[in-house]
Design a binder for this molecule. Structure first.
Ligand SMILES: Cc1cc2nc3c(=O)[nH]c(=O)nc-3n(C[C@H](O)[C@H](O)[C@H](O)COP(=O)(O)OP(=O)(O)OC[C@H]3O[C@@H](n4cnc5c(N)ncnc54)[C@H](O)[C@@H]3O)c2cc1C
Length: 401
């Protein structure tokens, strides 16, 4: 019997554990560890500040789904992995493994910039708690409107969520009848609008520039934040952007325990893997989703990371767990390879009562096919995707797209 341990109970972890279970007979043991008892559909967190979703509406309890499909669930926090001893150390005790899949996502690095983050001066929508806190701030802004600064800091990789929040805030301000008193500025480390950390797409920059003009939003590209005071974002070039409400996406590192785990991660706590999602040093360790180290294949004047969205997170987890099953079955010659950048791109950007559908044959350049299709009339795509993901997750249908 082989023991497979998966760390993480989100897009990559659930998919990896259920797919490992599906590909392996019941004589093997699959265990998923997560510190949270629920899966939260993170893409919908951008709606929480405006009261359009509550966190409970987008949450799925993990235990019933996993246990129904024969996956053991352990709710605890991993504090360290000892890859030399094949052991996961948690707050609830140690677990030994034959194969490990690390799908533990990221940690936020607000500490890199003075005054940044929900404990200091800016809001965030990166976690359920952050999004609920951002709602409190939004309510205050409705009562006492003023300038808004939305953006991403240097080194950030989740630009799409920042844009979505920006356009939804603009729409919410109109709905609340305060737009005339809310001057909005978007700041981004991207060298041009719609670079997205993937090198951009044909027509993308022009499309987002026209959105900015249409909705009267100021923007600053190549921006680097020096510090954030109680009432202004100060850029490195000295420019001062006053605000009453600010939401800034921070840079990410890998999960904190990775740094405590010897040679498991790189200097930022991401897991270095080959194209089979197998660790470069430990052959029985795999990684998927946000946890994977993906060096940017481009150079930009201001540091910018590669986005790791839901679809490639699940895709990398499927490849990793199928490869674990091949190794257990003695089929090393069947290992599947697909570099992160060659996974297809599939995303819907909600732009506040309008949307942009983004499809490409490869996430990163070179691509043979890449298209951004605007739908200026209604934002239905992201809501349908949310319903589909929650339906699929509740039923444990990990093999679906
Ligand atoms: C605001 C926002 C909006 C987004 N919008 C979109 C979108 O519209 N479309 C899209 O495709 N993508 C979107 N993304 C990206 C998407 O959320 C990620 O691709 C996805 O969450 C990655 O899944 P993951 O499983 O790799 O990691 P995560 O979702 O980060 O999950 C990590 C898991 O590991 C667990 N964990 C972490 N550390 C420990 C530990 N020490 N012990 C135990 N468990 C641990 C966590 O509890 C969690 O279950 C968005 C991201 C954000 C922040």
């Amino acid at each position: 019997m082989s023991k497979i341990v998966v760390i993480g109970g989100s897009f990559a972890g659930i998919t990896g554990a259920l797919e490992a279970r599906r590909k392996l007979g019941s004589q093997h043991e699959v265990t998923l560890i997560s510190r949270s008892d629920s899966f939260v559909y993170i893409p919908s967190l951008i709606w929480v500040p405006f009261g359009w979703r509550n966190v409970k509406d987008i949450s799925v309890p993990l235990r019933p789904v996993l246990e129904k499909h024969g996956v053991k669930f352990v709710q605890t926090e991993v504090t360290k992995v000892d890859p030399e001893q094949n052991r996961v150390i948690t707050k609830g005790g140690d677990l030994d493994y034959d194969y490990l899949l690390v799908a533990s996502g990221v940690s936020t690095r607000f500490d890199l910039i003075e005054g940044l983050g929900p404990d200091k001066n800016t809001y965030s929508v990166c976690t359920p708690g952050h999004a609920e806190h951002a709602r409190e701030g939004w309510q205050k802004l409705i009562d006492d409107p003023g300038p808004v600064v939305v953006g991403a800091s240097q080194g950030a990789s989740c630009m799409g969520a920042g844009y979505e929040f920006l356009f939804n805030l603009e729409y919410a301000a109109r709905q609340a009848g305060i737009r005339d008193r809310v001057d909005i500025t978007w700041i981004t480390p991207e060298p041009f609008l719609a670079h997205f950390g993937i090198g951009g797409m044909a027509g993308g920059e022009a499309m987002l520039k026209s959105f900015m003009k249409m909705f009267n939003i100021n923007f600053v590209v190549n921006s680097e934040i020096d510090n954030v005071t109680e009432d202004a974002v100060i850029l490195k070039n000295g420019r001062r952007l006053p605000y009453k409400y600010s939401m800034i996406i921070p840079p990410f590192n890998g999960a904190r325990f990775v740094k405590e785990s010897g040679g498991l991660g790189d200097e930022k706590g991401f897991i270095p893997v080959d194209d089979t999602y197998r660790h470069k040093k430990y052959p029985n360790v795999f990684a998927a989703g946000l946890a994977v180290a993906v060096p940017p294949p481009f150079a930009t004047p201001v540091a910018l990371g590669v986005p790791k969205t839901g679809f490639p997170s699940e895709e990398s987890a499927k490849i990793a767990s199928h490869n674990i099953a091949h190794l257990i079955h003695g089929e090393a010659e069947k290992l599947k390879t697909k570099p992160w950048g060659k996974i297809p791109g599939l995303c819907v950007m909600d732009a506040g009562h309008k949307e942009v559908v983004i499809v490409s044959n490869h996430l990163l350049k070179p691509r043979q096919f890449a298209i951004m299709v605007p739908n200026p009339l209604v934002n239905i795509g992201k809501r349908l995707l949310e319903k589909y993901f929650l339906w699929k997750t509740r039923r444990g249908l990990s093999y679906l797209l």
